[in-house]
Design a protein around this ligand. Structure first.
Ligand code: BGC
Ligand code: BGC
Length: 849
């Protein structure tokens, strides 16, 4: 007989068996269903790039192509990720390009010095131009996500994320930001940035809303070209793609911000006219500015994956809108096209993807593509076209003449990274991005001679104020010392307050010895990026209003409160607005916290130094469910409309109390508590341990010094939603969630709740594997699952569900859980897990393992 646990395991194994990377049938059908009729490319705008085809360049491309073997051509169209390829392999396979993904750093060193980046760029370059095998030299091109400054690099100037820049409504500023970013990138020897994002986000539940300048196409359109000019330089002048500039990427083509539920990599079920008139507007000015590359979107349009959409990539973007540079795919985005895998995808090449971002499976992709060309599944003319486009970009970028990365212009001059001049531009951007939503009794600006209490968990936290795509992919795991030269919002207020003869006191939890005149409470969303930032509701801190509690504590003590709210999107914050006298939406300002104080704190004579300039580039919701809220909708009914923003000069009407009991507000205890989905909810952290010591997993990779336990992020349903753990067996060890305030699981225990997760035994399972939790000092509870899971080794994902009662001993109440989850292996093991959660309802009959 099978136990219930085994049945769950079996059922899900059967469910998952044979799934591979393709989607279930119904989904595959939907994906194949192409739109009934296209408008036709001639209905799209024609764009004249200022970068004209040059005869000499075209001759050079032809000459190079004539000397390349099929193998060299295929190598040229692949873009592996630096963790998965060595310089030696670049040489052997004649690889055309590499990328470093978010949080993927040279030598896996979070504090990699710019010189380490540069040495790596040199090594890859040298390998690409090594002709000792008798083949021709084609310099490699390295791309990186410098999306708000050169954000993977320690000490870089970090600009506000795009949503904040959108509020500034200052296209000229965008050009300056592009130029500064390009210079910092150049110091590290990198040639190309995957920016700007030109999404026109319509549903704010999407976790990439902050990468969008605005929900309005006009704003995106007015910015895109300027950003490209800043990054690449002005075409037709000597600065164009010179040693101070980098190649830009218009991404993600097209409709990424128009998906049905604001879901990452989702489906935009909209008309072609809407796709063009809303979502494609930024591409027009980007191409008019000479953008050399575009990235295909992960998303689908009308059920069809963009990576497989020849009409939009080739007929529209290239042939009609005139992109004669290259289309790069997104991170294994080709693998999502029906019939494709990460390692094989003729369809994406045929649709018009020129350079495949094939991160890890590039070796198989190389062999498969060669075979496909030989069999005619990919026409040689298409391959030649793809290679020509890549070569065109490389030639225009001067890669054939510029020499080794370290010999180019400002390379290696690390004083340029985070220089005072660069930081001044970012500080200006912060100032201009702030949107004042409420200022009752003219509480702002802060007057001279005050005692200012600065409180809240975002007040002195540069990681939190910088958001996702900051050193790590999701922006998690950073502390202030990871930002040398940066300024927290509190530090900025302190400097300005002292200059004005005021005193600023910092207190995380709002405690004080002497009653302050005013409190500035700084709080907001924890950092997130793609996928992991998608939300079901726009309610801020649903179910746990800890920031609100802090505001109320101040109000109860009769202290006037200024709220500074950090977020990657507008959110429903009526209770927080009501509990504040003044309220500033500060978005994700980046490393230059001084910009906030420039506007908030008056000078010592009481004069305003800088007025508010920011205006909402996204509409602010009246309720948590108003996630699609855009001026062009008939039912448009925002709390603060697009364009709203108060300033000192015009003054403000007092904002009356707002309703707090509106539809969709979260009530009571949840039925499900998510403990891990890519990462644990903050402030909980994931750790590895070898029984004696433990270590936080803060990036994509972590290892115990003993080498006995190694953890690496990996993918189950979306990127990096799972963790792979390898134990050598030298010592027992494990992986656990810890570091937060004790949790109350008692209702899950009483109501037959379960602890559940997805598990994959990759290879070995040496000895005992157990699931554990800790209910306080001396209260460790474990359930062994060894016998139940061993048989599934090598067979893909299974679902494991264990009732909490299986963990409990007689007196246990589980009302103070200090470690909600640990997986321990006493022997060697290689396994992955994902989606750890507690649920209740309907599990009474489940047996214990
Ligand atoms: C990388 C990111 C990348 C993502 C793919 C991560 O592993 O670090 O840079 O964007 O995967 O979506
Ligand atoms: C993201 C892109 C990014 C790429 C490389 C993807 O997951 O969607 O925006 O450029 O990874 O890191």
């Amino acid at each position: 007989m099978f136990s219930a646990l085994e049945k769950t395991l079996l059922a899900s194994t059967i469910l998952l068996a044979g799934l591979g990377t393709s989607a279930p049938t119904s989904l595959a059908l939907a994906q194949d269903a192409a739109p009934t009729a296209y408008l036709g490319a001639e209905q799209w705008p024609q764009v004249a790039s200022p970068v004209k085809k040059d005869q000499a360049v075209e001759q050079k491309i032809k000459a190079l192509l004539a000397q390349m073997s099929l193998e060299e051509k295929v190598g040229q169209i692949l873009q592996p990720e630096i963790q998965f390829i060595t310089p030696e392999e670049i040489k052997t396979y004649h690889i055309g390009s590499i990328l470093n993904g978010g949080g993927s750093l040279p030598n896996r060193n979070k504090h990699a010095h710019p010189s380490e980046w540069l040495a790596m760029a040199d090594a890859y370059y040298d390998a690409s131009v090594d002709t000792t095998d008798g083949k021709i030299a084609i310099p490699i091109i390295w791309g990186s996500d410098a999306v708000h400054g050169h954000n993977n690099v320690i000490g870089a100037t970090l600009f506000p994320h795009n949503i904040g820049l959108g509020a500034a409504r200052n296209p000229g500023l965008l050009r300056k930001i592009g130029a500064v970013t390009a210079r910092e990138i150049r110091v590290t020897g990198i040639d190309w940035t995957f920016a700007p994002t030109l999404a026109v986000v319509q549903n704010d539940r999407w976790g990439r809303t902050y990468e969008s300048y605005s929900e309005k196409p006009e704003v995106v359109r007015s910015y895109a070209g300027e950003m490209v000019l800043g990054l690449q330089g002005v075409p037709g002048t000597a600065e164009f793609l010179d040693v101070n500039h980098v190649v830009a990427t218009a991404k993600h083509f097209v409709g990424d911000g128009g998906t049905l539920r604001g879901d990452d990599q989702g489906d935009a079920r909209i008309s072609e006219a809407e796709l063009r008139d809303i979502h494609a507007q930024g591409y027009i000015t980007a191409l008019e500015a000479g953008a050399q590359t575009a990235m295909a979107s992960f998303s689908s349009w009308q059920g069809k994956k963009m990576h497989g959409n020849k009409y939009l990539l080739t007929d529209v973007l290239k042939n009609r809108m005139g992109l004669d540079g290259l289309v790069v795919g997104d991170w294994n985005g080709h693998g999502q096209v029906p019939g494709c895998t990460n390692a094989s995808c003729a369809a994406a090449i045929n649709a018009g993807v020129d350079l495949l971002m094939v991160t890890e499976d590039w070796r198989e992709m190389y062999h498969n593509t060669i075979t496909q060309v030989k069999k005619g599944e990919v026409a040689l003319t298409r391959l030649d076209d793809a290679v020509s486009r890549i070569l065109r970009v490389k030639i225009r970028a001067g890669l054939f003449e510029k020499g080794r990365p370290s010999s180019r212009g400002v390379a290696g001059q690390d004083g340029i990274i985070g220089s005072p001049e660069h930081r001044a531009v970012a500080r200006q951007a912060v100032r201009e991005s702030l949107v004042l939503l409420k200022n009752n009794d003219n509480l702002l600006p802060l007057k001279p001679g005050q005692t200012i209490l600065v409180a809240g968990d975002a007040a002195d936290n540069i990681g939190k104020q910088s958001g996702g795509w900051t050193i790590s992919w999701q922006g998690t795991g950073n502390v202030n010392s990871d930002f040398p030269g940066g300024t927290s919002l509190y530090q900025g207020i302190k400097q300005a307050a002292e200059a004005a003869g005021s005193t600023a006191l910092y207190s995380l939890d709002g405690s004080y010895a002497e009653k302050p005149d005013v409190a500035v409470v700084i709080f907001g969303e924890e950092p997130y990026a793609e996928s992991q930032g998608d939300r079901d509701s726009l309610e801020f801190e649903a179910g746990n209003k800890k920031s609100l509690a802090l505001l109320k504590k101040m109000k109860a003590a009769d202290i006037p409160v200024v709220s500074v709210f950090l977020s990657g999107r507008p959110m429903w914050v009526n209770p927080e607005l009501n509990a504040s006298d003044a309220f500033v939406a500060a978005w994700l300002p980046g490393s230059e916290g001084g910009g906030l104080a420039d506007v908030l704190v008056a000078d010592k004579t009481g004069e305003v130094r800088y007025d508010f300039k920011g205006r909402l580039s996204f509409s602010w919701p009246k309720g948590p469910l108003q996630d699609v809220l855009n001026p062009h909708h008939d039912s448009y009914d925002p709390l603060f409309a697009y364009g709203y923003g108060l300033n000192y000069q015009s003054g403000a009407q007092p904002l009356a109390a707002l309703p707090e009991d509106v539809e969709g507000v979260h009530k009571g205890q949840g039925e499900t508590v998510v403990l891990f989905s890519g990462r644990p909810p903050a402030p909980w952290q994931m750790f590895i341990d070898d029984h004696t010591t433990a270590q936080i997993i803060s990036g994509p990779y972590a290892a115990m010094p003993s080498g006995a336990v190694i953890a690496q992020t990996t993918d189950k349903d979306v990127q990096e939603d799972a963790l792979k753990v390898v134990l050598t067996g030298a010592k027992p060890g494990g992986v656990f969630i810890g570091g937060g305030e004790p949790l109350d699981f008692s209702h899950f225990l009483q109501e037959e709740g379960i602890l559940a997760f997805d598990l994959k035994i990759n290879q070995t399972l040496g000895k005992d594997l157990s699931v554990q939790l800790s209910c306080g000092e001396g209260c460790l509870r474990a359930v062994s699952v060894t016998d139940h899971v061993r048989g599934f080794a090598g067979q893909g994902w299974m679902h494991v569900a264990i009732k909490l009662t299986c963990f409990a001993q007689a007196e246990d109440r589980f009302d103070s859980i200090t470690m909600p989850f640990r997986l321990e292996s006493t022997g060697a093991a290689d396994l992955s897990f994902a989606n750890v959660k507690l649920s209740k309802g309907g599990y009474a009959n489940l047996q214990c393992p």
